[in-house]
Design a binder for this molecule. Structure first.
Ligand code: ATP
Ligand code: MG
Length: 180
């Protein structure tokens, strides 16, 4: 079994912009997300066996990936229950919501129990947040041209994410790589 999710994965420029916002945050016990772990979850799958993974992955191969999926992260959220600070996007291309719906339908077809709450794109910046804060930052405009399947692994230092497959709108359609 692997713990998997679909995500948008940042390039270095977006990662740096997120980091600039992370660096404005402070608070007792606050745990910033490691820069290499910053992402937008599209759909959380949870623990998936090899057969489900193969089926879901093959079905995702048949989806058309929009050439550009744009999100504007312009607000800092304090979400009390998960105790996080996150960037939220009030504006994002409708194709992203369509893609999330398609991925959800695929996952459900393979017996995955998905989160029924509406898709709210966010980038978790820090955990163990205790109170809302007001900070100034330039909106981050993220133009994604691909989505990824990511494995969530735990090691002694906490969680590490590993991109295991990437689907892009590039002419070849699909590119797979191994990050080992
Ligand atoms: P940890 O759970 O150890 O604090 P994490 O939440 O970063 O770490 P995972 O729980 O593996 O790592 O989650 C991977 C991604 O999926 C994260 O973006 C997380 O917010 C999201 N996620 C996890 N569980 C759910 C869920 N039940 N519904 C929706 N998204 C989820
Ligand atoms: Mg979690």
């Amino acid at each position: 079994m692997k713990r998997l999710f679909f995500a948008l994965w940042p390039d270095d420029a977006i990662r740096r912009q997120c980091l600039d916002v992370v660096n404005k945050l402070s608070g007792e016990g606050l745990r910033p997300v490691a820069p290499k772990n910053l992402h937008v979850t599209l759909l959380f799958l949870g623990n998936i066996d090899a057969e489900q993974q193969a089926g879901i992955s093959a079905a995702a191969d048949r989806l058309s990936v929009p050439p550009v999926m744009e999100l504007t992260f312009d607000r800092l959220g304090f979400w009390k229950k998960p105790a996080i600070y996150c960037l939220t996007a009030r504006r994002f291309d409708s194709e992203i919501a369509v893609l999330v719906e398609q991925l959800a339908a695929i996952a459900v077809g393979y017996g995955v129990r998905i989160d029924e709450r509406p898709f709210k794109p966010h980038i978790t910046l820090a955990r163990k947040a205790k109170a809302s804060v007001v900070i100034e930052f330039e909106p981050i405009i993220w133009r994604a041209d691909a989505f990824c399947q990511v494995e969530s692994c735990s090691d002694k230092d906490g969680v590490v994410y590993r991109v295991i497959k990437r689907w892009s709108s590039a002419p070849s359609g699909l590119d797979t790589f191994s990050s080992n």
